[in-house]
Design a protein around this ligand. Structure first.
Ligand SMILES: Cc1cc2nc3c(=O)[nH]c(=O)nc-3n(C[C@H](O)[C@H](O)[C@H](O)COP(=O)(O)O)c2cc1C
Length: 217
């Protein structure tokens, strides 16, 4: 598969959370996944630790089992005050955007296991109760790699969506994948598939000036 030839800025502004436009019926060769991983591991890690693993799943039974876990987590997440349904309820600017995202997210809730590949990025160790500085160092040592993977995937006409709610049932996911739960922490579940069409646009975001602080808070 040739690359799309997007500029860096285009990749950065059009790598969306893809759900309804994932093509579940088109196989993705592992060589392409490996290419994205080669780029992902160029990401920074604290103390050059490379505390990461990437469990790549195309086994149909395991994908279905992970998809079932995700589907089980979805209604529990939806009830939370911070869910995409509730978080923006009183924000007129975000409400319509969130409603579209919620519709798309519910679709993924039902179809996660159909993606030709699922990626579970894993951090060495377990960190329940970690101090904020440790947690920042640890998660900061794998999340850039996951995002790099997603950017590299976008350039290769693959869509991805960062998800985390299966972690409510992390131990069950560990059992499905044979991950030693006491020694490793899963950080996400990312569906990977070719996208239906390759045109994606920058997303609406709140006014940047709300978030910029120059020389202090
Ligand atoms: C830490 C994190 C957790 C997320 N968890 C989920 C999830 O469990 N399910 C889901 O459908 N999307 C999840 N998302 C995707 C967000 O909903 C998405 O990034 C956001 O709506 C912006 O999408 P956009 O860039 O296409 O506008 C998550 C994103 C992040 C960064």
């Amino acid at each position: 598969m040739s690359k799309l030839g997007l500029s860096v800025d285009e990749v950065l502004t059009t790598t969306r959370a893809v759900r309804k436009r994932l093509d579940f019926d088109r196989p993705v060769d592992f060589s392409l996944i490996r290419e994205c991983l080669e780029l992902a591991v160029q990401s920074p890690t604290g103390s050059a630790g490379q505390f990461w693993h990437f469990v790549m799943v195309d086994d149909p039974d395991k994908r279905k089992a992970l998809g079932d876990l995700y589907a089980k987590a979805w209604p529990i997440y939806a009830e939370q005050p911070f869910s995409i349904y509730n978080l923006h309820a009183n924000d007129p600017e975000m409400k319509p955007i969130a409603a579209r995202a919620a519709d798309s997210a519910a679709y993924l809730g039902e179809n996660m296991g159909r993606a030709p590949w699922l990626m579970v990025p894993v951090l060495n160790g377990r960190y329940e109760g970690a101090t904020a500085d440790l947690a920042a160092g640890l998660y900061g040592s794998i999340l850039p790699a996951v995002w790099s993977f997603m950017l590299a995937a976008r350039e290769r006409a693959l869509g991805t969506c960062w998800t985390t709610i299966h972690l409510m049932f992390e131990r069950e996911a560990a059992d499905i994948l044979g991950i030693p739960y006491e020694e490793y922490t899963q950080v996400a579940l990312v569906p990977i598939a070719y996208t239906k069409g390759t045109d994606f646009k920058p997303a609406p975001r709140k006014d940047l000036d709300l978030f910029i602080h120059r020389n202090g808070w």
